[in-house]
Design a protein around this ligand. Structure first.
Ligand SMILES: Nc1nc2c(ncn2[C@@H]2O[C@@H]3COP(=O)(O)O[C@H]4[C@@H](O)[C@H](n5cnc6c(=O)[nH]c(N)nc65)O[C@@H]4COP(=O)(O)O[C@H]3[C@H]2O)c(=O)[nH]1
Length: 773
C-alpha cells in the first residue's frame, strides 16, 4: 500500500504514517464531494466506527512494529480496555513470548522485503492462555521516497472455523488409525490430543475397564502427570470413586466441579491434591453388548463445570473411544481364536510353531538347551466311541489342566491337535536326566482317575522328548524327533515315556570299510569342527574355545570322535586328519578376528600318534603361515598320558612349539598320575582338569579334594587351570570358591557350529549374565 505523505521530509515515522492515512481519507472524501466540515466530522466517525466496531483486528505499526493505531478488539484481546493503551507498545510486550516473537518476525520480514502477505494463517496463544487462529493480511507502508515506514494489518479471528476443521481432521485421523489397526493406546492418545486441541486448559484421559469388570486401568492421559496416572491405575469401580470410578459404576456421566470439595473424591482427595487438578468430568462409553468399556475424562486446574460445547466434545470422544476399543477387542479375539484351541484354551499348533522357533533362536543365543515333549493319549478313540464326544471333550479339558498343573506355568503347553499335546521345556528341565523325571511326573498326573459325573476311568499316555541342540539342529527336526520318541514309547507298549536317541541305519561297521571311508572323507570335506566356549570364571567373558572334530558320514550320519578317533590313531590317519583340524581351527579363528570379534585362543587336540610324527611341528607352522593366525591364538592340547610316556622327547618338542609361540595345555589332567616334578619340566601354559573329577564334585568329597589340590597346584606352578565338563551351577560355585580361572562344560555351552560360536562371541563381549550374574 503506498500512501502519499503531506510532509516531504520527516523523521518522526508515526506522524508520517498518520499523515499518510489522513491524506488517503481526504482522497475518499473528495470522491464523495461532501462539505469540508461534514467531511471532517464524518471521517472521524467513520474511522471510529471502522476501527472499533468490527471484530477483526485493524492496526498500524511503525518500522519497529510498535503500535501506531489499532482498533478496540486488539486491545480487548490483550486484556486492555482502550485502544490508546496500545500505542507505542510491541507484540513482544503484549503477548506470550512465542506468539509475540512470531508476529514480530513476520512483520519485520514484510517490511524488509516490502512485499505484503495476504490471507495467511497465524496461530497464537493470547495472554489469558486462550489459543486463537487468525487469517491475516499485512501490507508494508511506504513514504513518498518509497521507504518502508510501517505496516498496516488486518487479522480476522478464524478460531471457530479452524477448530471445526481440526476436529474433523482429528476424528478422521482416529478413524484411519482404527481402520489401519494401529495399537489401541496410540489411537486413544490421538483421540485425547484431538479433544485437548479443541479446548483451552483442559487435559483428557481414557480409563478402560479391566477383564474382571471391577477396576479401571489408566490407559492414556498424554498431558496428565505420569504419577497421577500411576496412582489412579487400578482404581475400583464403585459408587464413590472420583469421577471416573463412579461414572462407570453409575453408567452415566459424572461432573465434578471441585475435586477438593466433592463427596465423590473424598476418599482420594489427599492423594490427588498435589496434582492441583480441580475439576473432572467423566463420560462412560459402552460396547454393543451395553457393557461399560471405559470412560473419557476431562480435567481442568480451575473449579468449573463444562460448557455445552465441552460436554458435546466429551460425548463425541467417548463414542469414538468405544469404536476403537470394540475394534481392538474384536481383533484380539480373532487373533486369540486363530492361535488357541477353543476347547482347552491352550495355544494351538500355529502359535506353537512361532514359539518353538523363538525358543530355538534363544537357545542359539544363550546356549541354554530347549526340549520338546510330545504327549499322545493312548486309546483316546476308545473314550470317544464308548462315552461319546461330549465326554471326550471333557477328558481333553481335564488332561490340558493336568498338563498345565505339572508344567507349572514355567513352560509352554500346546494342544497340537486331536489327543496330542506338546510342551516346550527350557532351562534345567531340558537336560536329559531332568527330562525323564519331568515326563514321569507328567504321566503320573495324566493317568490319575478321571471322574465325570458317574463315570470313573483312566486314560494312559505315551510321551516322547527330544532336546535341542543335541538331538536336532532345527525347530522342525526337534519336533519330529520328539514325535519319534513318543512313537517309540507307544510301540514299546504304551503308558510310558522315552527320550529321543539317535538311531543309526542298520549296518555292520567293518573297520576296513570305515577306514577307507575316513580316508576319502578327509579328501571330500566330510569332517567339520565344533567349538566349545571357555569362560573366565571371574569376568564371565569367553576367553577361548576347544575345537572338536565331527564326521558327517554320507550313510551313517553325524559321527562323534569317540566313534572314529581310535581307529584314526591306530591307522595313522589321525596325522592327515589332525593336520586338517589344526589348519581349519586356525583359519576359522583368523576369520573371527578379521570380522572384528574379540581375539581368543582356540585349542586343538593332539593325539600321541600325531606327537610322534616328525612332521607335526612343520604342519603347525604351515597352518599358521597359511592362515595368517598369530601363534599365540593356537593352543595344542596334549593328554597327560602322552606326556608321561614320552617325557624326554616331549620336552624337546614342546620347547620347539613354545619357540614358535604356540600355547600348550595338558588335557585330561588327573588321570595319568603324573608327578609334580614331571609337570614342572614341561613348558605348559594351561592345565585342564579331567571331566571325571568335575562330574562328581557335588557328591564326592575326595573328588572335591583332588580338584581343589589340582587347582592350587596349577596356581603354584603359574599355570592357568581350566575345569572341563562343568554341568551344574553347584559345580561352578565350588570351582569359583577354589579360585579356578577358566571353565568349560555344558552348563555354559555345548560344542557348537562355527557360525553359532561366532554369534555367541559377538554377543558375549559383555559377560554371560545368565551364569555370571
Ligand atoms: N559329559 C560332558 N561332556 C562334555 C562337557 N563339556 C564338554 N564335553 C565333552 O568333552 C569332550 C572334551 O574334549 P576332550 O576331553 O578333549 O575329548 C575329546 C578328544 O580327546 C577327542 N577329540 C575330539 N576332537 C579331536 C581332534 O580333532 N583330534 C584328536 N586327536 N582328538 C579329538 O575326542 C574326545 C571327545 O570329544 P567329544 O565327543 O566332542 O567330547 C568333548 C565335549 O563334547 C560336559 O559338561 N559334560
Amino acid at each position: 500500500m503506498v500512501l502519499q505523505t503531506s510532509q516531504d521530509e520527516g523523521d518522526a515515522e508515526n506522524s508520517e504514517i498518520v499523515s499518510s492515512l489522513a491524506s488517503e481519507l481526504d482522497r475518499l472524501n473528495h470522491i464523495t464531494k461532501l462539505s469540508r466540515s461534514d467531511e471532517l466530522r464524518l471521517s472521524g466517525d467513520w474511522l471510529h466506527t471502522l476501527l472499533n466496531e468490527v471484530s477483526d483486528y485493524l492496526y498500524v505499526k511503525d518500522r519497529s512494529s510498535r503500535f501506531v493505531m489499532a482498533n478496540l478488539q486488539v486491545a480487548l484481546d490483550v486484556g486492555l480496555d482502550d485502544a490508546s493503551q496500545l500505542i507505542g507498545k510491541t507484540d513482544l510486550e503484549l503477548h506470550p513470548e512465542e506468539t509475540g516473537s512470531k508476529f514480530h518476525a513476520i512483520e519485520q520480514e514484510i517490511m524488509a522485503s516490502n512485499i505484503p502477505r495476504i490471507d495467511f494463517e497465524e496461530p497464537s496463544i493470547l495472554a489469558n492462555g486462550k489459543r486463537k487462529w487468525f487469517s491475516s493480511s499485512k501490507y508494508p507502508v511506504t513514504n513518498s521516497k518509497g521507504e518502508v515506514v510501517g505496516i498496516v494489518g488486518l487479522s480476522r479471528d478464524i478460531t471457530e472455523r479452524k477448530r471445526a476443521l481440526l476436529l474433523q481432521q482429528g476424528q478422521n485421523k482416529v478413524l484411519q488409525e482404527i481402520a489401519a489397526g494401529r495399537p489401541l493406546n496410540e489411537v486413544l492418545t490421538t483421540l485425547v490430543l484431538t479433544i485437548e486441541d479443541q479446548l483451552d486448559g483442559v487435559m483428557g484421559s481414557i480409563m478402560l475397564v479391566d477383564d474382571t469388570g471391577e477396576h479401571l486401568l489408566a490407559t492414556v492421559g498424554p498431558n496428565l502427570p505420569q504419577d497421577y496416572l500411576d496412582i489412579t491405575d487400578g482404581i475400583p469401580v464403585s459408587p464413590k470413586m472420583g469421577s471416573c470410578g463412579t461414572a462407570v459404576f453409575r453408567r452415566e456421566s459424572v461432573i465434578v466441579e471441585d475435586i477438593q470439595k466433592d463427596r465423590l473424591w473424598e476418599d482420594v482427595r489427599d492423594l490427588v491434591a498435589p496434582f492441583e487438578l480441580r475439576s473432572c468430568w467423566s463420560v462412560p462409553f459402552f460396547g454393543k453388548d451395553s457393557k461399560v468399556l471405559g470412560t473419557f475424562g476431562l480435567y481442568t486446574k480451575s473449579t468449573r463445570s463444562p460448557t455445552d460445547h465441552e460436554l458435546k466434545l466429551a460425548l463425541e470422544a467417548a463414542r469414538l473411544a468405544s469404536v476403537a476399543v470394540e475394534r481392538d477387542r474384536a481383533e484380539r479375539k480373532i487373533r486369540y481364536l486363530a492361535n488357541h484351541d477353543v476347547l482347552t484354551g491352550l495355544p494351538n499348533r500355529q502359535e506353537f510353531k512361532t514359539k518353538l522357533e523363538e525358543k530355538v533362536s534363544e537357545s542359539d543365543r544363550t546356549g541354554v538347551p530347549v526340549a520338546v515333549v510330545f504327549v499322545d493319549l493312548d486309546n483316546f478313540k476308545f473314550v470317544n466311541d464308548s462315552f461319546g464326544h461330549a465326554i471326550g471333550d471333557q477328558v481333553l479339558m481335564i488332561v490340558a489342566e493336568r498338563i498345565m498343573a505339572v508344567h507349572d506355568g514355567a513352560h509352554q503347553a500346546i494342544r497340537f491337535g486331536g489327543d496330542e499335546f506338546v510342551l516346550i521345556v527350557d532351562r534345567d528341565t531340558a537336560e536329559k536326566a531332568a527330562l525323564n523325571e519331568f515326563m514321569a511326573r507328567l504321566r503320573d498326573e495324566i493317568t490319575k482317575t478321571i471322574q465325570i459325573d458317574d463315570l470313573s476311568f483312566h486314560v494312559t499316555c505315551s510321551i516322547g522328548a527330544a532336546c535341542y541342540p543335541q538331538d536336532a539342529d532345527s525347530a522342525a527336526q526337534l519336533l519330529r524327533n520328539a514325535d519319534k520318541a513318543m512313537f517309540e514309547a507307544k510301540s514299546a507298549g504304551r503308558d510310558s515315556f522315552k527320550v529321543y536317541e539317535q538311531t543309526r541305519p542298520e549296518r555292520s561297521v567293518n573297520k576296513l570299510t570305515l577306514l577307507e571311508e575316513m580316508r576319502t572323507g578327509i579328501e571330500n570335506g566330510e569332517f567339520f569342527l565344533e567349538y566349545q566356549p571357555q569362560y573366565n570364571l571371574v569376568s564371565g567373558r569367553i576367553v577361548g574355545a576347544e575345537a572338536l572334530v565331527r564326521w558327517q558320514h554320507p550313510a551313517l550320519g553325524r559321527m562323534m570322535p569317540g566313534e572314529f578317533i581310535t581307529l584314526a590313531e591306530e591307522s595313522g590317519l589321525i596325522v592327515p586328519l589332525g593336520r586338517w583340524v589344526t589348519r581349519e581351527a586356525c583359519r576359522q579363528n583368523k576369520e573371527w578376528q578379521e570380522s572384528g570379534l574379540m581375539p581368543i585362543t582356540v585349542g586343538v587336540n593332539v593325539s600321541a600318534r600325531q606327537f610322534r610324527d616328525d612332521g607335526l611341528i612343520s604342519d603347525v607352522r604351515d597352518a599358521l603361515e597359511e592362515t595368517g593366525l598369530a601363534a599365540t591364538y593356537l593352543e595344542l592340547e596334549l593328554t597327560e598320558s602322552l606326556l608321561i610316556k614320552n617325557a624326554d622327547q616331549a620336552v624337546g618338542l614342546m620347547d620347539d612349539f613354545r619357540r614358535l609361540g604356540v600355547k600348550l595345555a595338558i588335557d585330561d589332567f588327573g588321570t595319568g598320575y603324573s608327578s609334580l616334578a614331571a609337570l614342572k619340566s614341561f613348558p605348559l601354559t594351561r592345565l585342564k582338569i579331567d571331566r571325571s573329577f568335575i562330574s562328581d564334585l557335588d557328591f564326592d568329597e575326595s573328588d572335591r579334594c583332588i580338584a581343589k589340590a589340582i587347582i592350587s597346584l596349577g596356581r603354584e606352578l603359574g599355570l592357568c587351570v581350566v575345569a572341563e565338563g562343568v554341568e551344574t551351577a553347584k559345580q561352578q560355585a565350588f570351582l569359583a570358591s577354589c579360585r579356578c580361572e577358566v571353565v568349560q562344560g555344558y552348563h555354559f555351552g555345548r560344542p557348537m557350529a562355527a557360525r553359532k560360536f561366532g554369534k555367541l562371541l559377538a554377543m558375549t563381549l559383555t559377560p554371560l549374565d545368565a551364569h555370571f550374574g
